[in-house]
Ligand binder design. Structure first.
Ligand SMILES: Cc1cc2nc3c(=O)[nH]c(=O)nc-3n(C[C@H](O)[C@H](O)[C@H](O)COP(=O)(O)OP(=O)(O)OC[C@H]3O[C@@H](n4cnc5c(N)ncnc54)[C@H](O)[C@@H]3O)c2cc1C
Length: 429
């Protein structure tokens, strides 16, 4: 959890059953009491999973994992960590389309969700079979609506039980060569072999003034060597690789190492159509931008570049659950470009954060000037003031408002849950 989320709630209520969540929501609604819902607490949006003065409701006591072998899903309590889902499923040679890091929570299953299995199965939200939700009036329903999710039924994916994966670390001198490999992953590897998965990440450490790339490289099969299609990751000069045959629990644990708690953090996101030169130019600009903050105590900048392939979009359509507005990408891969900053002291926020916002807006303009900007903003990586739900397009916004009109007509979740990305009023959008 980042320090960005440390607010000062008036009290903390830890429900251990859906019934207690239901009772609490009724009381909050009747008394106009503000509250926040916390899953794994990994959102970097201040107030998304915390609150000043109101009631903080962490879901961590609702954390069971029940494998339903016959039905093909796992029922997971909303406060479970993703590591516990991998742990529950590994022994059955099964897994789920969830995030890649052990300590992250299920907030991603109400937002979007990239997974080891996304190239074949799509996003997390397209692979939730059922949501158990406490609605604004306190009733417990089984639909995907606006309320507090208490359990997620996640479709399971058959695996070999073992996977080949780990992190490959590249020095600064390899970064230009690596940029071509990243583009190849977006338009070739991820498209032509759906068992591949990588998460290209560039990191800049202000203290050492060092830039590296440390990319998780994964092949979803019980094999010992990376297949030819992933060899470009091996062939690019690197100084360390932890890629080996293991289970998903072990992979998710390794990926989480090195992400410390307690720093100030901000993230921003944009989407472009995959383009080799644009990817290079944007990364180059971010690299230049970050060097201006070398003197900020504990400064660390992270840039990730994650594909949404045509198949991922199609999976969303086939499984029929998402309102993200990606269908117009056609047969082109989209690149989800993430820009993260972390630092030690809140006092530096005034200097870093407005510039960070301005920088990403500049990159959006650069992409637009080349006709390569896509409007989608991925919720789970978004900045606090990025208009995520508006980015889904008017048709999808209307769909979401219609759902709200049925299940939360008095807008309890708009008025009383102030943090995170909210559905804009019709007049604001
Ligand atoms: C180290 C790290 C690794 C990450 N890895 C991935 C990854 O592999 N793939 C990926 O797609 N994303 C990843 N993310 C982004 C992550 O998906 C988002 O930060 C996500 O919001 C985290 O969910 P959470 O439950 O931990 O967070 P929280 O901050 O607790 O929740 C996020 C939002 O969802 C709401 N929410 C949470 N639970 C519920 C509920 N039960 N009912 C209703 N609303 C709820 C909260 O109110 C909050 O607004 C990563 C983030 C970090 C910091």
């Amino acid at each position: 959890m980042s320090a960005t989320e440390y607010l000062n709630p008036g009290c903390v209520f830890l429900p251990d059953t859906p019934e207690k969540v239901s009772e609490a929501i009724s009381i909050f609604a009747k008394n106009d009491c503000k509250f926040a819902i916390k899953g794994g607490g990994h959102s970097a949006i201040p107030g998304a999973a915390s609150i000043h003065d109101g009631v903080l409701m962490p879901m961590e006591y609702i954390n069971t994992t029940e494998v339903q072998l016959q039905e093909g899903y796992i029922r997971v309590g909303a406060g479970a960590t993703l590591g516990s889902v991998y742990e529950a499923l590994d022994p059955y040679n099964l897994s789920a389309v969830i995030g890649r890091y052990k300590k992250v929570g299920l907030g991603l299953a109400v937002g979007a969700g990239f997974s080891y299995f996304s190239n074949s199965e799509g996003l997390t939200i397209d692979n939730v079979v059922n949501y158990e939700v406490v609605l604004a009036n306190g009733t417990i329903g089984g639909n995907n609506n606006f309320g507090v999710v208490t359990h997620f039924d996640l479709a399971t994916v058959a695996t070999d039980g073992r996977v080949l994966g780990g992190i490959v670390y590249y020095p600064e001198s390899s970064l230009d060569e690596l940029a071509d490999v990243i583009y190849d992953y977006h338009v070739n590897q991820a498209v032509n072999d759906i068992h591949t998965h990588t998460l290209p990440q560039y990191g800049y450490n202000g203290t050492t003034n060092e830039t590296i790339n440390f990319t998780p490289v994964v092949y979803n099969a019980d094999i010992l060597e990376l297949p030819d299609i992933l060899q470009p990751w091996n062939n690019t000069p690197h100084y360390k690789s932890t890629v080996h045959n293991r289970n998903y629990t072990s992979l998710a644990a390794e990926l989480n190492d090195g992400f410390p708690d307690g720093k100030f953090q901000a993230q921003r996101i944009m989407t472009v159509y995959a383009d080799a030169q644009l990817y290079k130019d944007i990364w180059w600009e971010f690299r230049k931008w970050m060097k201006d903050y070398q003197d900020v105590e504990g400064f660390y900048g992270l840039h990730c570049n994650m594909p949404i392939t045509p198949r991922q979009v199609t999976q969303g359509i086939l499984k029929g659950t998402n309102a993200l507005g990606l269908e117009d990408a056609g047969n082109r891969t989209l690149g989800i470009l993430y820009f993260g900053v972390t630092f030690d002291n809140k006092a530096d926020s005034d200097r870093v954060l407005p510039d960070h916002d301005e920088f990403v807006q500049k990159m959006q303009k650069l992409a637009a000037s080349r006709d390569l900007l896509h409007p989608y903003l991925m919720l789970t990586y978004s900045g606090w003031n990025q208009p995520v739900l508006t980015s889904y397009g008017e048709k999808n916004l209307a769909k979401l408002r219609a759902v709200q009109a049925i299940y939360d007509p008095t807008h309890v979740f708009q008025r009383l849950v102030p943090g995170g990305q909210k559905l804009p009023d019709a007049k604001q959008a």
